[in-house]
Design a protein around this ligand. Structure first.
Ligand SMILES: NC(=O)c1ccc[n+]([C@@H]2O[C@H](COP(=O)([O-])OP(=O)(O)OC[C@H]3O[C@@H](n4cnc5c(N)ncnc54)[C@H](OP(=O)(O)O)[C@@H]3O)[C@@H](O)[C@H]2O)c1
Length: 427
């Protein structure tokens, strides 16, 4: 079985594809910052996208932000378009790892994965779209395994904090952990928080096409995971959480799907005890509850038909009460934002037999970090890539399509994140 060399003679260790996007720009800056750190100093990297002019501007901006004028001339540019398979193949042949920031992934992601698998490049993305992530697992697992290529999805805020947070909770618990609930809170400063339109588009198309996800899951034909401990009860659609002292709703992102896939992998490949998971997000005061309910109802109504989706995509600010915008967050908004995941776990302590009685132990974990979408996401993506490069022996034995938890369970990714501002700690 071919396994590609991480100390490869390919021209670039990292190629950032979609570098001209809102998120791509911050990934470029994070790579530039990280590559200048001691042990990573010899990494070779390039940026890629469909417009050479835009990519030159990306380097210009990064050079200004980081006061590193040499970036303009030292970082190479690769022109590649999702619609031109030859250009993707040429890009992938030059890279050890492609950091793919081109989304919505449901429209643009598959050709990039295909080119990576066929041309022996590992692939890391920041997708939060379960249809795409699970569909790629269904379609490319075998080919990626044959080629020794690692396709690791959801390596941004979706879903590294949640997926690695559950594994951290399991590892810190002295005994057998059986269930975890996570409560996400996001803090914003005086100008509030904002998310760029790219994520809004991914969400609109994802919700509109939820039946595809059901079809993909039927094709997997998974058996239910064995249940250990008390069954984790699903909370209601809106409740006041004692844990985070605010009104709370089930988290609608990709975290539950990603964590469940990781747990299945660990049960099937490593005979681990499955951890049940429930994900919730705080929405704040009663005033916010009314806003969220109203925006949610509008969203559900408009997302169902094509003209409604066109309106949603045309006017993100209007339909999301300013939470999403075509301009994305300002620097001040990003500087003043942060996130916190509180994990509440339960299980059987070492003295208690997990096949008998009720769980008798509890644990609380925090995962905290800077602004989620464009500060924490680039940090998580870049540290995931460096883990693939530096710790090949700790990755799963064969290539394949993996969640972060499945790929990185045995690596030092959490230590790396701790050193770069995404903190995991036991309370
Ligand atoms: N996991 C997370 O927490 C997280 C956080 C942030 C973003 N994301 C995801 O990241 C993705 C990008 O978001 P964004 O806000 O950065 O979007 P964006 O600003 O619209 O960026 C999209 C990028 O894709 C490129 N692109 C579009 N069509 C292409 C094609 N045919 N060939 C090559 N490149 C093409 C664009 O290139 P041009 O500049 O040439 O148009 C641009 O670089 C979304 O799916 C979003 O959900 C996830």
């Amino acid at each position: 079985m071919a396994r590609i060399e991480t100390t490869s003679n390919r021209p670039y260790h990292l190629v950032i594809f979609g570098a001209s996007g809102f998120t791509g720009q911050f990934v470029v800056e994070e790579v530039a910052r990280t590559v200048s750190e001691g042990p990573n100093g010899t990494l070779k990297w390039a940026i890629a996208g469909r417009s050479k002019q835009k990519l030159e501007k990306v380097l210009e901006q990064a050079a200004g932000v980081l006061s590193r004028p040499e970036l303009r001339s030292e970082v190479d540019i690769i022109v590649a378009d999702v619609g031109e398979p030859d250009s993707l193949a040429a890009m992938c042949k030059q890279a050890v790892i492609v950091l793919n920031c081109v989304g919505p992934y449901r429209f643009f992601g598959e050709p990039v994965i295909k080119a990576c698998v066929e041309n022996g490049a590992h692939h890391i993305d920041i997708s939060g779209e379960p249809q795409f992530l699970e569909g790629m697992q269904l379609n490319y697992s075998n080919q990626a395994a044959e080629k020794g290529v690692y396709i690791i999805g959801s390596c941004g805020f979706d879903s590294i904090p949640a997926d690695m947070g559950v594994l951290y909770t399991r590892d810190q618990f002295k005994g057998t952990l059986t269930a975890v609930e996570s409560f996400l809170t996001v803090k914003a400063g005086s100008e509030g928080g904002c998310i760029h339109d790219g994520t809004w588009q991914s969400a609109v198309h994802g919700f509109a096409d939820s039946h595809t996800l059901l079809r993909i899951r039927r094709q997997f034909n998974h058996k239910p995971l064995p249940s250990v401990g008390s069954r984790l009860k699903r909370r209601s659609a809106l409740f006041f959480s004692d844990e985070i002292q605010q009104y709370t709703v089930p988290f609608m992102g990709s975290d539950p799907s990603v964590v469940k896939r990781t747990q299945r992998y660990l049960v099937e490949e490593h005979q681990a005890t499955p951890v049940q998971y429930g994900a919730y997000a705080g929405i704040g005061s009663l005033g916010n509850v009314l806003k969220v309910m109203f925006a949610g109802m509008l969203f559900w109504f408009f997302v169902k038909f094509s003209f409604g989706r066109t309106l949603l995509i045309k006017y993100p600010e209007l339909f999301s009460f300013g939470l999403f915008s075509k301009a994305g967050p300002t620097k001040k908004q990003m500087d003043e934002s942060s996130f916190q995941f509180a994990f509440y776990g339960e299980g059987y302590t070492e003295e208690q037999d997990p096949t008998k009685g009720k769980p008798n132990g509890k644990i609380r974990i925090l995962v905290q970090g800077p602004e989620a979408g464009y500060v924490a996401t680039p940090i998580a993506m870049v540290q995931a890539a460096l883990t693939v490069l530096n710790e090949p022996a700790a990755l799963p034995k064969t290539g394949g399509v993996y969640t972060p938890g499945a790929a990185f369970a045995k690596t030092t990714l959490i230590n790396r994140l701790n050193k770069h501002g995404i903190q995991f700690s036991v309370v």
